[in-house]
Ligand binder design. Structure first.
Ligand SMILES: NC(=O)c1ccc[n+]([C@@H]2O[C@H](COP(=O)([O-])OP(=O)(O)OC[C@H]3O[C@@H](n4cnc5c(N)ncnc54)[C@H](O)[C@@H]3O)[C@@H](O)[C@H]2O)c1
Length: 201
């Protein structure tokens, strides 16, 4: 299959790219390298089944073209990390809403199966455990811009499910919980790399 990964130079996206290429798929990774790094994809350099494109999911024409050439899309690109969201709130909100809108709209004509990366943050302040996907959600006030990430991802989920219902777009939404491992950076506020660095220091 020809598979497009947005955010393919990021922590999760780069591991996914390696895995899909190793399974025999042709993978294109689109990334603006805002938090991802080319070196995350070093093992795929020169591989005929892999192509890296530096560009943004906010470029609707580019996204249309790449989705059109793909049999499946993993939409991982997002502004991620509490520090980044607090430092650059408007850019983060627009990346996380408009980027997803561009990807989903591009997937409609070919009914291209699309995976949307959401987050456990959408569970918000709920104190009911364990969480369930159908639970009501309570997030913080709009004055606290930290919650814009959860809110944008909730909107991404709504839009994906709306297109699934309205035009039968095959979508899968996955809510990642704190996912960690090699290549994850603590620079943008991810908790586990920061714990590790602090512990080592
Ligand atoms: N790692 C986690 O614990 C976690 C938890 C919940 C949700 N998620 C979600 O999983 C996905 C991947 O996260 P990650 O941990 O790999 O983070 P990451 O920052 O390593 O990956 C995100 C990638 O998206 C790219 N990107 C950002 N804006 C872009 C744009 N406008 N156009 C193209 N590329 C752009 C970045 O450069 C980066 O490579 C994200 O959607 C994130 O919200 C991750």
């Amino acid at each position: 299959m020809r598979i497009l990964i947005t955010g393919g130079a990021g922590f999760i996206g780069s591991h996914l790219a390696e895995r899909l290429v190793s399974e025999g798929h042709d993978v294109v990774a689109l990334d603006d390298l805002s938090t991802g790094q080319k070196k995350n994809l070093a093992s795929l350099e020169g591989n005929n089944h892999f192509r890296f494109i530096e560009g943004s999911v906010l470029d609707a024409d580019l996204v249309d073209q790449l989705v059109d050439d793909a049999d499946m899309v993993f939409h991982m690109a997002a502004a991620v990390g509490v520090k980044l969201i607090m430092d650059e709130p408007s850019r983060s909100i627009l990346t996380n809403i408009t980027g997803t809108e561009n990807v989903l709209k591009a997937a409609i004509p070919g009914k291209t199966p699309t995976f949307i990366a959401s987050t456990s943050e959408v569970y918000g302040k709920t104190t009911k455990f364990p969480f369930a996907e159908d639970d009501d959600m309570t997030i913080g006030a709009t004055k606290n811009l930290r919650w814009s990430y959860a809110s944008a991802k909730q909107l991404d989920e709504f839009l994906a499910l709306a297109y699934a219902r309205e035009v039968d777009l095959p979508v899968v939404v996955l809510r990642f919980f704190n996912t960690t491992g090699p290549r994850q950076t603590g620079r943008y506020g991810m908790v586990l790399p920061n714990f590790v660095v602090n512990a080592l220091t």
